[in-house]
Design a binder for this molecule. Sequence first.
Ligand code: CU
Length: 72
Amino acid sequence: MADIKEITLKVTGMTCGGCEKAVEEAAMSVEGVQSANASHADDSATIVYDAESTDPMFITMAINETHYKVEE
Ligand SMILES: [Cu+2]
């Protein structure tokens, strides 16, 4: 059984669509993430994930391995 949840993270450092794509790809690399939509205008990333498979902590860690940072 999947337990689909959505979270919006505050992500700093994005300046263009390429940055958004990098953040989205980092999030999508986490098993259990179903979609990722980043916005440099809003400094945000909205992630849809299966809470049975992953946790926002893992998504945050993946994004923090890029040039961009999740703010608490
Ligand atoms: Cu950019």
